[in-house]
Design a protein around this ligand. Structure first.
Ligand SMILES: Cc1ncc(COP(=O)(O)O)c(C=O)c1O
Length: 430
């Protein structure tokens, strides 16, 4: 503890993300201050942000810090849940698409950026979800899908109701829509109902947003209960399945499938940067909604289509996940996540995690820099999340367990976390 107290006294560790957000005079002093701080952290050899990876996002990776030092790490920081970013069949499908269609789509999907490959992917995704009369709209990121869909679906003066733990892209979509934003307590259906009672009245459109698996907490959204409440108040429901598509549900269609309400959800958002291990996002909804969104979602209309090679890889990832490969890997990732949670449960605060996302809440933002550096030196890579992405004093490590981790990887990962918890004072009952 003495060592950490000493480190905390040094200015470079006194970092919280909001420190440099406020305006500090006409000459943009906050930008100079931020850069001074950044240089100090780099000079001290503790800068762990945006570290270049030297190879693919496998369970073991090599990274190189800005100072030139290389680290071999066990990777718990990537969303590559099913290992498809380096799967040989995914890669050869991507290479084939690259050779046929070239590097970029070089156009908006609405104008000239759509290739037959995009149409094939849309059709295969729609078939995978399987509801009659439904379709898919592709976006170049999951972030773009959320901001584009919400801001096109909800107009000025209408209502967006968000879980307090929602991802930034859901908040940003709601802000862009210029609708009225109301928050309900995380996964608290009684509170949601109170909110709906207050705001819903005839002719007022209401959209409730939830996540299938919460990206900051690793628990399941209460999609079934939300759908039931929404029906009573004539509200629509959006489920962001970013961290659950290909993973949750008996066929990997997400938490809406798992909770038996796929047909009752109005808008399903998927991202291709997680279990698909590429990049891009989508909306799955009734065809007439898809047609409208394709014309009115600004992040789609005014942005380039997903590049062909990635699209080729995504088609193969979907095919694998929809077959026996997906079935085996879904069992594996759940087994791995259960094992990892059991290694940490009762020793550190893992909040309400029930899935492959395991937060380890360490509290104050200020220990983020030395903690991140320490974990690297212990041989593991784990992302950190702090305010404003999570509430103040609820900063956390976020462990992403994949189907590809071995027991040995997880044992080493858990040991490093517990060692860090002892050193930085967030071990429970210490
Ligand atoms: C819940 C959620 N929605 C959307 C996104 C954005 O996805 P993308 O990285 O594909 O833009 C993320 C990314 O982390 C997320 O966690």
């Amino acid at each position: 503890m003495d060592q950490i107290k000493k480190e905390l006294k040094q200015p470079y560790t006194e970092y919280t993300l909001d420190m440099f957000l406020r305006s500090a005079g006409k000459d943009h002093a906050e930008i100079h201050q931020f850069n001074r701080w950044r240089e100090e952290v780099i000079k001290a050899g503790k800068y762990t942000f945006e570290i270049p990876h030297l190879y693919a996002q496998k369970s073991e990776i090599e990274v190189q810090r800005i100072t030139g030092e290389k680290y071999n790490l066990i990777n718990f920081a990537s969303y590559n849940y099913l290992g498809y970013s380096y799967h040989p069949e995914v890669l050869s499908s991507a290479k084939e698409a690259l050779d046929t269609y070239g590097l970029g789509a070089t156009g908006s999907p609405l104008l000239n950026g759509t290739f037959n490959l995009h149409k094939i992917f849309e059709r295969k995704l729609a078939e995978y979800f399987g509801l009659e009369g439904y379709g898919v709209s592709l976006f170049s990121s999951g972030y773009g899908a959320n901001i584009g869909v919400i801001s096109a679906y909800i107009h000025k003066g209408e209502h967006v109701v968000l879980d307090r733990s929602s991802h930034a892209s859901l908040f940003d979509g709601a802000l862009l829509s210029q609708g009225k934003i109301t928050l309900f307590k995380h996964n608290d259906i009684e509170h949601l109902e109170k909110v709906l009672k207050r705001i819903s009245h005839e002719n007022s459109r209401v959209l409730i947003c939830t996540e299938g698996v919460y990206s900051a907490d690793g628990d399941y959204g209460k999609v079934k209960e939300i759908v039931q409440v929404a029906k009573r108040y004539d509200a629509k429901v959006l489920v962001d399945e970013a961290h659950s598509l290909l993973l949750a549900g008996s066929n990997g269609k997400g938490v809406a499938e798992e909770q038996g309400v796929l047909e009752d959800v109005d808008l399903i958002i998927g991202t291709f940067s997680k279990s698909f291990a590429g990049v891009g996002g989508c909306l799955y909804a009734k065809e007439e909604i898809i047609n409208y969104i394709n014309y009115y979602a600004r992040s789609r209309v005014f942005s380039c289509a997903i590049d062909p090679a990635v699209t080729g890889g995504l088609i193969k990832a979907l095919e694998l996940a929809g077959g026996s490969d997906g079935k085996i890997k879904r069992v594996k990732i759940k087994k791995n996540a259960k094992y990892f949670r059991s290694k940490l449960f009762g020793k550190v605060d893992i909040g309400t995690s029930e899935t492959w996302i395991i937060p380890v809440i360490y509290g104050h933002e200020r220990i983020t820099i030395p903690l991140s550096d320490f974990l690297h030196k212990e041989g593991v890579d784990i992302s950190l999340m702090m305010f404003p992405a999570v509430p103040k004093n609820k900063s956390r490590l976020r462990v992403f367990v994949t189907s590809e981790h071995s027991k040995e990887h997880m044992d080493k990962g858990a040991d490093a976390i517990l060692k860090a918890a002892k050193k930085f004072g967030f071990l429970l009952d210490d």
